[in-house]
Design a protein around this ligand. Structure first.
Ligand code: TTP
Length: 200
């Protein structure tokens, strides 16, 4: 039972972290993963800011799920989606392709403060509600040896910025200003505020 009675929702995301965070606040949900068509790697448009980019990709994820549900005649619940980006000096650092890419990304983040933007979108009865959480994360300086050992752990993959604050990489994080759950992929405060305003 959550803190206010909410209908069951669809979570349009394959991220196990988002599922865990929704479970933490006891929001009943069904996971729906509608991947982008192959070859579409969510490119950033020329002139599009990182902040606009993450909001657009979160909305597109929700709309892909909505289209799928309409086709299946299954659009019976509100749809929640989110997208997380790591941004350093207006450059979006996505998920690493391989070990070399992960090394490059972590070497860039080492000793610097970056931002993690997570956009959350709720689609309900034809309306779009959206919120963005922005967190500043300071990573201490990492040695190349540490980066290599971290990548060997396997935790860098499938995560924006090639690290997961909730795992081994916690020892790299000197300071965060903002939302811990937002860095993990689903900012609980903003998500609850959307759900409780739109669905009760
Ligand atoms: C920075 C950071 C990111 N992440 C994760 C959260 C997201 O799952 C992922 C960013 O990728 P996303 O594209 O936002 O999400 P996803 O591909 O995992 O799932 P889907 O597109 O189906 O919704 O990075 C962490 O788990 N910990 C962290 O500290």
């Amino acid at each position: 039972m959550s803190l206010s009675p909410l209908p069951t929702i669809y979570l349009a995301s394959a991220s196990p972290r988002r599922h865990e965070l929704l479970k933490q606040i006891r929001v009943e949900h069904e996971i729906l993963n509608v991947p982008a068509p192959p070859g579409e790697d969510e490119p950033q448009f020329a002139g599009e800011s990182a902040a606009d980019y993450v909001q657009r990709t979160a909305l597109e994820k929700a709309q892909r799920a909505e289209q799928y549900l309409i086709q299946q005649e299954m659009l019976i619940r509100p749809i929640l989606s989110a997208d997380t980006c790591v941004i350093l000096e207006n450059e979006v650092l996505g998920k690493p392709q391989d070990a070399m890419d992960a090394t490059r990304i972590l070497a860039k983040l080492s000793g610097k403060t970056h931002e993690v933007h997570t956009a959350v979108v709720l689609l309900h009865r034809g309306e779009i509600a959206q919120q963005v959480s922005i967190t500043r994360v300071t990573m201490r300086t990492l040695s190349l040896k540490e980066i290599a050992r971290y990548i060997e752990s396997g935790e860098a993959y499938g995560k924006a910025g090639a690290y997961g604050i909730q795992g081994l990489a916690a020892v790299f994080i000197e300071k965060i200003e903002g939302s811990y759950s937002g860095v993990m992929g689903l900012p609980i405060f903003e998500t609850w505020s959307l759900l409780s305003k739109q669905l009760t």
